[in-house]
Design a protein around this ligand. Structure first.
Ligand code: ADP
Ligand code: ZN
Ligand code: MG
Length: 481
């Protein structure tokens, strides 16, 4: 492959649904889901004569996002109409912002293999979401659901500063973590709360002019974004290598086929015939208003990470993973209050808890049990009530049945066997059944001891105290020598 002759250039337009209670221009609920067309009123259904009124929270949340990403905040801004026709857009225009976005010229810092890199943000503007078309494959035709029409969005536009698929993923994760920290969006990608238009181009190494880009619309999982970018890079390189030219176009990523296909030629701004929305007043912000929001910003991931390294003595690796999610970080702090063992809590969070979240495709915010219960789980291990092997099972159960781990241990009879007599009984039985392993151990094969302990664990369904088993096997065999 001739990949090394090319440079990759990526710019992302990230849409985040804001977690306000009501929609951007009316008082309908902005909550996700609901029976079709139940969160609607004349404004968001575009009845003639219905007038929009801007939700003040939307401005506050957007400014918050701007400040958290080092943007300048426009004291004078406005809403514009972006005209286009699509059946999920009842007014035939979207209220958005054109030349005066609320936030501009920011940046997000990402940790890459080559150190910290700044990804510049062109702008963050506010706009309304469109409705949803449900294609009815049985009866034919499409049904429109306007519950989502008018849900507030911010669009975060990056400069084309991203140079690889890895950087794109790190940038997106960082952005998601920032938005979660400032609590302006729940960022649930599977519900479409966070989605990205991904612009990709390539150019010969050393070229200063940008190549022609293609844009993949509405990508809403990390996996598809990564696959989509990888696909586009090789497709574009192949076109150019074969003497072809990249067409600027809008693409649809097909996750099943693993390919992009053409949606339409690229529109330009002039196709949208932007003009200021005459139904809405201009947005004017005072310095005091902006400063108040700046002061309300919570501790961000970077400084929390530093604090975890100093205050809790966590390794940087742990601190980084935990603080990348506000939910994980909050859970960590609460669990540590209970068990006073930061490293143990951190180990559970970054290994087993993260693994289960991955398997179940859940977000950290969807962990069903209380943080205190994780702390209690650590205490149960430290007190010797359960072994770490059993604790893993208890944790799995806590995801199914979010109860106090002590209760789970009690109900399922998982208390560790630390009674000397009971352990002795098991040890004798296993020794009698495995003379070969006993001989092996005597002959110096240390591994044989592990095997015997394993058998005893199996026999007791993981409940025997492993330290006691080890010692007793060792003593029994060695005193018999
Ligand atoms: P539009 O809104 O019409 O898609 P913009 O000019 O706002 O267009 O740019 C959208 C995104 O495309 C930005 O994130 C920008 O960084 C990115 N972009 C622009 N040119 C290129 C390019 N040649 N290669 C990759 N990304 C690009
Ligand atoms: Zn409404
Ligand atoms: Mg675009």
């Amino acid at each position: 492959m001739k990949n090394e002759n090319y440079e990759v250039v990526i710019g992302l337009e990230v849409h985040a649904e804001l977690s306000t209670k009501s929609k951007i221009f009316c008082s309908c609920s902005a909550e996700f889901g609901g029976e079709p067309n139940t969160h609607c009123c004349p404004v968001c259904m575009a009845m003639p004569g219905a007038l929009p009124v801007l939700n003040e929270k939307v401005v506050e949340y957007a400014v918050k996002a701007g400040l958290a990403t080092n943007c300048k905040i426009a004291k004078n801004s406005k809403n514009d109409r972006k005209n286009y026709f699509y059946p999920d857009l009842p007014k035939s225009y979207q209220i958005s912002q054109f030349d005066l976005p609320l936030c501009y010229e920011g940046y997000v810092e990402i940790d890459t293999a080559n150190g910290v890199k700044k990804i510049r943000l062109t702008r963050i503007h506010i706009e309304e979401d469109a409705g949803k078309l449900n294609h009815d494959t049985y009866r034919g035709g499409s049904l429109v659901d306007l519950n989502r029409a008018g849900v507030p969005l911010i669009e975060i536009v990056s400069e084309p500063d991203i140079s690889s698929v890895e950087e794109a993923e790190i940038y997106l994760r960082k952005l998601k973590s920032i938005l979660e920290y400032i609590e302006v969006s729940d960022c649930k990608m599977q519900e479409g709360s966070l989605r990205a238009d991904v612009n990709v181009s390539i150019r010969k190494k050393g070229d200063t002019k940008l190549g022609t880009r293609t844009e993949m619309k509405n990508m809403n999982s990390f996996k598809s974004i990564v696959r989509g970018i990888e696909y586009e890079i090789s497709r574009q390189i192949e076109v150019v290598e074969n003497g072809g030219k990249i067409e600027q176009e809008t693409l649809r990523w097909d996750d099943v086929a693993g390919k992009t296909s053409s949606m339409r030629d690229k529109e330009d701004a002039q196709d949208y015939r932007y003009f200021p929305d005459p139904d809405l007043v201009a947005i004017k912000l005072s310095d005091e208003y902006i400063e108040n929001i700046r002061e309300s910003l919570p501790e961000m991931p970077e400084s929390r990470k530093k604090r975890y390294i100093e205050e809790y003595k966590l390794p940087e690796f742990d601190a980084k993973i935990i603080t990348s999610s506000k939910h994980l970080a909050n859970m960590f702090e609460k669990a540590v209050v209970v068990c006073k063992n930061p490293k143990a809590v951190s180990n559970w969070l970054i290994s087993d808890v993260s693994r289960i979240l991955n398997e179940k495709e859940l977000e950290a915010s969807e962990i069903p049990f209380e943080a205190e219960y994780l702390g209690k789980l650590v205490v149960l291990i430290e007190k010797g009530t359960i072994s770490s092997a059993i604790a893993k099972k208890v944790l799995e159960e806590m995801f199914e049945n979010p109860k106090d781990p002590a209760m789970i241990v009690e109900e399922k009879g998982l208390v560790q066997i630390s009674d000397e007599g009971a352990i002795k009984e098991v040890v004798l039985k296993i020794l009698a059944n495995n003379p070969q392993s006993v001989a092996d151990f005597k002959a110096g094969k240390d591994k044989a001891l592990g095997f015997l302990v394993g058998q005893a664990m199996k026999e007791t369904k993981g409940k025997a105290n492993p330290q006691m088993l080890n010692k007793m096997f060792y003593d029994s065999i060695c005193t018999n020598i």
